[in-house]
Design a protein around this ligand. Structure first.
Ligand code: HEC
Length: 120
C-alpha cells in the first residue's frame, strides 16, 4: 500500500522539529545554569569580598595597611588560571584572609564565575 505524500512530508518535518526543539532546550538550559552560577557568585562576592575589592571588583574598597586589594577585573588577575585564583581564594593572600572555612568548593567556583564576568 502506498503512503500518502502528505504523510511522508509530515514525517520528515516531525523529525526536524525534534532536532530543533532539542537544540533550543539545550541552549536554554546552558544559558540558565550559566546565569544562576554567576548570580549566586555575585551575591557571595557582595557579601564577603566587595568590602575590600569594591562592588565592581576593581579594588577600591577598604584598604588595609600593606597590600592594596587586587583589581580583579584587571588583565593581570584575569590572565591567571582558574586553579591559581581558586587557590588564592581558599588559602588567602597577604592582606586577605583564607576563605576555605567559609566558602564551600561550589561557592568558590560561583564567586570565580562572577569574577570572570568582570573581565575588562
Ligand atoms: C580584607 C580584605 C579582603 C577581602 C574581604 C577579600 N580580599 Fe581578595 N585580596 C585582598 C588582598 C589584599 C589581595 C592581595 C593583593 C595583592 O597581593 O596584590 C587579594 C587577592 C585576591 C585574589 C588574587 C588576585 C590575583 O591577581 O592573584 C583573588 C582571586 C581574590 N582576592 C578574591 C577574593 C574573593 C573571592 C573574596 C571574597 C570571598 C575576597 N577576595 C575577599 C583583600 C581582600
Amino acid at each position: 500500500m502506498m503512503i500518502p505524500p502528505a504523510r511522508r512530508r509530515f514525517g520528515r518535518w516531525w523529525h526536524l522539529s525534534l532536532v530543533i526543539a532539542a537544540g533550543v532546550w539545550t541552549a536554554a538550559a546552558a544559558e540558565q545554569s550559566h546565569t544562576t552560577q554567576e548570580e549566586q557568585g555575585k551575591r557571595i562576592f557582595q557579601r564577603y569580598c566587595a568590602g575590600c575589592h569594591g562592588r565592581e571588583g576593581t579594588g577600591e574598597g577598604y584598604r588595609l595597611l600593606g597590600a592594596d586589594p587586587a583589581n580583579l577585573t584587571s588583565r593581570q588577575t584575569q590572565e591567571k588560571s582558574d586553579e591559581d585564583l581558586l587557590e588564592s581564594i581558599h588559602e588567602g593572600q597577604q592582606g586577605m584572609p583564607a576563605w576555605k572555612d567559609r566558602l564551600s568548593n561550589e561557592d568558590r567556583r560561583r564567586v570565580l564565575a562572577y569574577i570572570r564576568s568582570l573581565a575588562q
